[in-house]
Design a protein. Structure first.
Length: 571
């Protein structure tokens, strides 16, 4: 018998690697699940009997995101992880219809931003996957290769995975570029659908998963999924923590070539200040750090040659080109400065930029949704606001009329139409969204951002309209009516959170209806259901579809009992 596999709900519409648990209809038991009363215990025992016999138990519960709708990377690990990657499974389709724009963590890996084949080719994307320099690993040669090579990057992929196919040409091009540069590293890949045990041994929970092994010890790859990002990330890992710039021509190449660079103007290229700079560099995976004692080199980085040393600047290829460090010259302070200033004041959301946004330690984000022709009116306001919240909030622009990006992200947040929208979002495990209402101006957006930072805003939740009649055996619950129906202290309530496209939910429906009909005579018991794709509530968070929760009477202040696993624990 196959086990149930449940993926936790995505905090954001991009594919992220999230754990699966089995065997269970509902993953995990809340830390403060309500203990059933004697009456509730008997009800639970009664309710458990038909479900324990379900033929569904031979299937796998599907994730809360439509597997054909990929929303990660808007992601932990999105906190919900892009890494949003797809949950490992041999059947990516499992009961869901085809939705051409969407898919989930951080990576349910059909392509979030379009069809299965990934982004269209352009000059910035490698056009073909020449994999001459990519090693093919299996369980038979994996250990030997890692023993023979000190540095190995391994991609765990699935042939059906849209994100894996989009990554393939970038990964192959990175392997070729590193080989041409003579870098001591091997890039390899493992078909996780063929080598299940190998993937499981390395805790692969989504596709693609990229691990970088140093002397056989793995660490997660934290960069973007592009050739340049992979090359830069590996070069940073294997090269010196800080590079010396002594000649003007070398400095010019850095100024024109690096998207972001950090330069320290020092008295000496070794010693305490150089050591602090190197320590800060090791805390930052993606940005190159340089040091110089040359006034001419410093001048290229817009540092006054007569400036007091040590001094540090961060240079970016964007409107806010130069940022000067004014803190104490310590590794932690320098690293914090770089983390806060390395990204643009406002980042346009794309498949390439999503990992940098959602892997950022700053989890509070302000998102502007606007159509392209309206963006020039509002972007200056958002950028000016962002200057006051650097290192505290992330500001993201979503092009609303971009069908590959704007549509799926807007759908995730429940945004309809093309009206300009500003919302705040907490991209962590307890994800919440807060809609701005009012006229968009510098003062109002600054106030909104400050209130968000200070946790003064009221979260918004999606909800269908409350049904005019609700007389069926299975009561229909929506976001707006959950408090009234489910959290009624006088009632025991069994709630199914489902998705219309979910095959397992469709299989469960006639059984659930029969159960409700059989128990209709118990006035103190409510059998209910809620469409989890259109409705949200903080007290009914689905771990997968279907999610079944039991709310005992008189215990509504506790977390609901997760059914079936909690029932079996009590039995």
């Amino acid at each position: 018998m196959e086990s149930w596999q449940v993926q936790p709900a995505d905090p954001f519409p991009f594919p992220l690697p999230l754990p699966t648990r089995s065997p269970t209809l509902l993953a995990g038991r809340p830390a403060m699940a309500a203990m059933p009363t004697p009456r509730s215990f008997l009800l639970l025992l009664l309710l458990a009997t038909p479900f324990l016999l379900l033929p569904l138990a031979a299937s796998a519960a599907v994730p809360t995101s439509n597997p054909d709708i990929d929303l990660e990377y808007l992601i932990k690990n999105a906190g919900l992880d892009d890494s949003t990657p797809s949950t490992p499974t041999d059947d990516p389709e499992d009961g869901a219809p085809d939705f051409p724009g969407l898919d989930a963590d951080y990576d349910e890996d059909e392509d979030l931003f379009g069809d299965d084949d990934g982004p269209e080719e352009d000059s910035s994307h490698p056009s073909a996957a020449d994999e001459a320099h990519v090693l093919l690993l299996t369980a038979a040669n994996f250990t030997a290769v890692l023993a023979a090579r000190r540095h190995v990057m391994v991609e765990f992929y699935a042939p059906w995975c849209g994100h894996c196919r989009a990554l393939a040409p970038h990964y192959a091009a990175a392997a070729s570029a590193l080989a041409e540069q003579g870098v001591d590293v091997a890039l390899a890949k493992v078909d996780a659908t063929e080598d299940h045990d190998l993937a499981q041994a390395h805790d692969v929970q989504g596709y693609p998963t990229l691990l970088f092994f140093i002397d056989g010890v793995p660490r997660d790859y934290s960069g973007e999924r592009t050739k340049d990002a992979i090359v830069a990330w590996i070069s940073k890992k294997l090269g010196p923590a800080v590079q010396n710039l002594t000649a003007v021509d070398e400095a010019e190449k850095v100024v024109t070539g690096d998207d972001v660079a950090v330069l320290a103007f020092l008295d000496h290229l070794s010693g305490a200040h150089s050591d602090e700079l190197a320590a800060a560099s090791r805390l930052e995976d993606t940005i190159s750090f340089y040091q110089t004692t040359s006034p001419d080199v410093a001048k290229l980085f817009h540092i006054d040659p007569e400036a007091k040393r040590p001094s540090i600047v961060l240079l970016k290829k964007e409107e806010e080109k130069l940022t000067v460090f004014d803190g104490e010259f310590r590794a932690s302070a320098i690293a914090e400065f770089v983390s806060a200033n390395k990204i643009p004041l406002i980042t346009t959301l794309t498949q390439e930029t999503a990992p940098a946004i959602f892997d950022n330690p700053i989890k509070k984000q302000i998102l502007l949704f606007a159509v392209a022709k309206e963006s020039s009116k509002f972007l200056p306001i958002i950028k000016e606001t962002a200057k006051s919240f650097k290192g505290k909030l992330l500001f993201v622009f979503v092009e609303r009329d971009n069908e590959e990006v704007g549509e799926p992200v807007a759908n995730y947040f429940g945004i309809t139409g093309h009206e300009t929208t500003v919302l705040a979002y907490t991209g962590n495990e307890d994800a919440k969204k807060f809609f701005f209402s009012g006229e968009i101006s510098l003062d109002t957006i600054k106030e909104f951002a400050q209130d968000f930072l200070e946790d003064k805003l009221t979260p918004s939740y999606k909800s269908d309209p409350v049904p005019e009649s609700n007389d069926e055996d299975v009561k229909v619950v929506v976001g707006k009516s959950l408090d009234q129906i489910v959290l009624d202290e006088s009632k025991d309530v069994l709630l199914e959170v489902y998705a219309p496209w979910c095959g397992h939910c469709q299989s469960l429906e006639p059984i659930y209806n029969k159960l409700a009909k059989y128990l209709r005579g118990i006035d103190s018991l409510v059998i209910a259901k809620m469409d989890g794709t259109n409705n949200e509530h903080p007290r009914a968070k689905p771990d997968g579809f279907p999610t079944i929760l039991f709310y005992p009477a008189g215990k509504k202040s506790f977390e609901p009992v997760s059914y079936l696993i909690d029932v079996l624990l009590f039995i």
